[in-house]
Design a protein around this ligand. Structure first.
Ligand code: UT7
Length: 319
């Protein structure tokens, strides 16, 4: 029994915000610096007050429509997010309520930019065990909410959005291998080190990052985890039709493709137009490439994520 992808969907809020737009808002930056260092040209930023569940709901509805599945028939809903609407209930429960599903197992996964690969791996294990038949897996983020707009080293890098997939139990091949890893000793290089305590924010409620440490770590583990899932599935990295790495920085994406020996034209890239949307970046890129016809049935697709924690993961699937 496989967990097979039968629908994808995504949603980006509002209009693109260009690098020049950010500079015009008073951020001490410029298009040339951002494009050269990251490949990012624009991103989408949700209106103040817009939540991850609102973005995730639209992505989910689009994935359900493609899959021709009714929300009532889902028995598992997982949302990968580090920007949940509330401390609780989970964003997954909020989306379940808005979809009108009752009874599905429903929870959030917090693995930052690796979150979608974690959520997909968890859903795959539920389905392969035989306990669940139809799963909705969503990556949804409003990272704009946790950015320090006075920190030009981080605020220009991120965007908001959501992506989703519907999985079903199938004898036709689907997800072939997954992997999830973490190294908590690296928690200090990318974090939001604040909390709410007694009604007050304590600590720092904004995203902080040691960019160069993150860069080096990301390239290493993205290559390692790609090799790991290929080996589990009995494939070589050259057998992959499409590589969809986490969309954080074009230089990380290109270095990873090069290390894996995957041609540049087999790598799906959205970071130029979406920025880094954390757990939403992989399903957003997947949905774009499915809908524009690049990814076709039967092709091998490798998804991989890396993020705060430090966490990293991958899923190799036959579409
Ligand atoms: O999901 C994972 C998320 N994180 C990542 O993927 C981040 C990985 N890291 C990176 O992508 C890069 O480290 C960055 C793009 C974040 C930074 O690039 P860098 O080459 O490591 O630059 P830097 O931080 O060493 O900064 C170089 C210079 C500094 O100026 P000085 O001290 O040399 O005068 C910064 O102040 O660039 C300056 N700078 C900027 N200039 C214009 C930093 N941010 C900006 C900016 N616009 N937005």
């Amino acid at each position: 029994m496989f967990a097979r992808l039968i629908g994808t969907g995504s949603y980006l809020p509002g209009n693109p915000v260009t690098n020049d737009d950010l500079a015009a808002r008073g951020i001490d930056t410029n298009d040339e610096w951002i494009v050269t260092r990251t490949g990012i040209r624009s991103r989408y930023l949700a209106e103040h007050g817009t939540t991850s569940s609102e973005l995730g709901l639209i992505a989910a509805q689009r994935a359900l429509e493609m899959a021709a599945v009714q929300a009532a028939d889902l028995d598992l809903i997982i949302v990968a997010t580090s920007t949940p609407d509330f401390i609780f209930p989970s964003t997954a429960c909020l989306i379940q309520g808005k979809l009108g599903n009752k009874g599905a197992a429903t929870f959030d996964v917090q693995a930052v930019c690796a979150g979608f690969t974690y959520a997909l791996g968890i859903a795959e294990k539920f389905i392969r065990s035989g306990s669940h038949k139809k799963a909705l897996v969503i990556g949804a983020e409003v990272f704009s909410r946790i950015l320090d707009w006075n920190d030009r080293g981080t605020c220009v890098l991120f965007g908001d959005g959501a992506g989703a997939v519907v999985l079903e139990a199938s004898e036709t091949p689907g997800i072939l291998a997954t992997a999830m890893h973490a190294d908590g000793s690296q928690n200090g290089i990318l974090n939001v080190p604040g909390q709410i305590c007694g009604g007050q924010v304590t600590g720092d409620p904004f995203l902080r990052m040691d960019g160069q440490a993150v860069f080096k770590f990301a390239v290493r583990v993205l290559a390692d985890v790609a090799h790991e899932v290929c080996q589990t599935a009995g494939l070589q990295t050259q057998d992959i039709d499409w590589l969809i790495p986490h969309q954080a920085n074009i230089r990380i994406i290109e270095a990873t493709g090069k290390k894996l020996g995957v041609d540049r034209d087999k790598v799906i890239v959205t970071v130029d137009r979406h920025g880094n949307t954390s757990a939403a970046s992989v399903p957003l890129a997947l949905d774009e490439a499915v809908r524009d016809g690049r990814i076709k049935r039967g092709q091998k697709v490798l998804l991989e994520g890396v993020g705060g924690g430090f966490t990293w993961g991958a899923a190799l699937l036959e579409f």
